[in-house]
Design a protein around this ligand. Sequence first.
Ligand code: NAD
Ligand code: MG
Length: 380
Amino acid sequence: MRPIVLLGATGSIGSQTRDVVARNGWDIVGLAARSASEELLGAAAEFPDASVAVADPTDEGRRRLQSALGARVDFGPDAVDALAAHSGAIVVNGIVGAAGLRASVTALESGNRLALANKETLVAGGPVVVAAAARGGGEIVPIDSEHSALWQCLVGERRGDVRRLILTASGGPFRSRTPAELEEVTVAEALNHPTWSMGPRITVDSATLLNKALEVIEAHYLFDVSYDAIDVVVHPESIVHSMVEYVDGAIIAELGAPDMRLPIQYALTYPDRMSVPPNRFDFTAQNLTFYEPDTETFRCLALGYAAGRAGGSAPAVLNAADEVAVAAFLEQRIGFLQIADVIEATLDTVEHGPVENIADVVAYDAEARRVAAQWIAGTE
Ligand code: NAD
Ligand code: MG
C-alpha cells in the first residue's frame, strides 16, 4: 500500500477511513483536522508514525496538542497542504466544505492520488481542479458513494457509449412531505437521516436535496458528462448506489448495503479489490423502489442544475451560500425552507464570472458568504 494521508481525520469519513486502514493493517503518514480534539489525539496515538496538521492556528487546544505530540504536530493551512504534497501518497480528502479545495489541488499538483470525499472540491473549483490534475499528473478517484458506483459501472467501458448517468438519492428524512409540512421541521428531524450516518452539513444537505445538486456537479467534472445526460432518481432504500445507461439501452448498476467503508477501501486499492468478511445482501428481504424527485418542494436540486449549467463562479456561490445557510439552520436562526431562499438570493446577487485559479474561487466564496450572511441577518 502507498503512504496514506487522511485529511478530515476526525469526521465521519475520517473515522471510517481509519477503520478501513486498521482493518487491512495499513498505516497512515499524515492526519489533519480543523481543530485539536480528543478524537485527533486518539487518531495520532492509533497511527504513531503520522505527522499531524491542525488547520486553525489559533486553536485553543494548541498547547495541549503540542505537549502531547511535540514536533509531530504543525498548525495552519500550510501544514495541511504539506501533508497533501507527501510524495507518492494517496490523499483521502474528508474535509467538509470549500475549505478542502486547496489541499485537493496540492495533492493533484504533486502527482498524488486524490481519494475524494470532499465533493466541494469539484463543485467550487471544478475547472481549477481538472487543470491541476492535468498539470501535476495526479488522479482523482471518488469516495462519494454515488460516484464510486458510477465509476465502477464505467470501468472497462467506452465513454462514448454512455447515454446518461443516473444518480440515486435517498430523498432524505422529508421525502414526500409538502412545503407546508416542511415549514416547521426541526434540526433534530433534519439530522435524522434514514439510511446514512454522516456529518451534520451533508445530512442537512441530504434533507434539502442540495447534496444531490452538489453530486450532479461533482459527476459533471469527474466524468466529463454534460448536465443533460445526468439524471437523479429517488431511491429511499439506498441499495442501488447509482447507474450508467449505455447507448444500446443497457443499464449497469452498483448495489450493496449502505456502508461508506466499501467506496473508501476501493478508492485506496483501485484497481485491486480487497477481500472483507462477507456481508451477503439478501435480495428477498426488501423491495427496491424508485421515484421522480419533487423539485418544486425541494428547490435546491433545480438550483443546483441551474448553477452547474451556468458554470464559472455559480457552483462556488451555490456551495458557499449553502454552507452559511446550513450553519444558520443548525443554529435555529432560519427555518428549513429558507435554506433554498438564501441560496437563490445569493446566486441572484453575486455577480457571475469565470474561475481560473484558487484565488478566483476564494474570492467568489467569500463574497457569497458575505451576501448570504447579510440576507440571513435581514430576516432576524
Ligand atoms: P464531518 O463534519 O463529520 O467531518 C469533517 C472533517 O473535516 C473533520 O475532521 C474536521 O476537523 C475537518 N475539517 C474541517 N475544516 C478543515 C480544514 N480547513 N482543514 C482540515 N480539516 C478540516 O464531515 P463528513 O460527513 O465526514 O464529510 C466530509 C466530506 O465528505 C464532505 O465533503 C461530505 O460531503 C463528504 N461525504 C461524506 C459522506 C459521509 O458518509 N459522511 C459521504 C459522502 C461524501
Ligand atoms: Mg453521496
